[in-house]
Design a protein around this ligand. Sequence first.
Ligand SMILES: Cc1ncc(COP(=O)(O)O)c(C=O)c1O
Length: 374
Amino acid sequence: MDFSKKPSRQSTFAYKWEKYKDTDILPMWIADTEFECAPAILDAMTTRVENGLFGYTLPAHATPSVDAIIRWCKKQYDWEIESDWVVWTPGVVPAFNVAIQAYSNPGDGVIVQTPNYPPLLAAPSINQRKKLEVGTLNIDGRMTLDFDALEKYASLPDTRLFIICNPMNPVGSVLTKSELDRVADICERHQVKLCSDEIHCDLILDDLTHLPASSHRQLKDNSITLMAASKTFNIAGLGTSFAIIPNKPLRAAFNKAARGIVPWVNVMGLVATEAAFTQCDDWHQGQLAYLKENRDYLVREINKIPGLKAMTPQATFLLWVDASGLGVENTQKWCEEKGVGPSPGIDFGEPNCFRLNFGCSRDYLEEAIVKLSS
Ligand SMILES: Cc1ncc(COP(=O)(O)O)c(C=O)c1O
């Protein structure tokens, strides 16, 4: 468990590194980490490889993997789920696109919050739905939903679905109990279903508890919750995630919309998820401690650079930086000319911002700060 290592990703075609290949630009964009997987995950995968056969595996038959999710939900969120509620999906992105197909019709309104992860912002129009954008407000130094806008859009007669991202990417806020109560109340009163993308929910850096949407009494029958081991355990390339859908008709509608289009998850993803959720508790805690120090260092140093401002995210390994004080036209170009490659704010809906990934060794962060301060 040494998070300060810098394993080479050369020749692995890592998306993050390919973008800036043969340049001096340090890639700090796409949301995977530079941390080697926990040894227990590597061992489980190695054992599976040694078996030597990779034929069809129906995910529902992989009961140890489902049991691992049940264990994790109880341990992490004190949430008792049933095995039937778990629907495997080969990614969270396909899952929220399937949710749109399952719970709305072409032309209906789908609410999304902004700024947000680009594929989530793109999902309504990909599915020929109307995108209704609810902004995020700075209340006492913490970003949260604009509940007035949420109420307004939810009350429109053709609004069917709200896709939320909690913890929020890119701003890193974690919904409080009272905020989730408000979301639940608004969705119930206006008969809007909730699809909650919680892919970052095991990366809580402050002393907070994550509240899964479908564990909320009022949302149990009106929501689906999307999770994965992918971000937390650096296995996103295995394309394995899951939806937790307690309500039977909602589950049936989801499965129907996915049928014939969405493939089964791959067998290595099942194996890795099982190991992550049963054998990596200490590794998980170690990573959180390392990320927390990275976060605090990066926030402190970024705020020393004239023109840049950042609030402390409560979760994720992503820092949202407001670069409007620079007074430059293209913040992404400014960063790249300094030798750092963040995610462009424009993709998330805010051109004056950029997003830095601090899921890496402290050395990389220090290098990035030297470059950005030059
Ligand atoms: C909020 C959010 N949802 C979904 C994803 C991607 O999910 P997947 O790779 O499982 O499709 C990301 C990746 O960055 C993300 O930040």
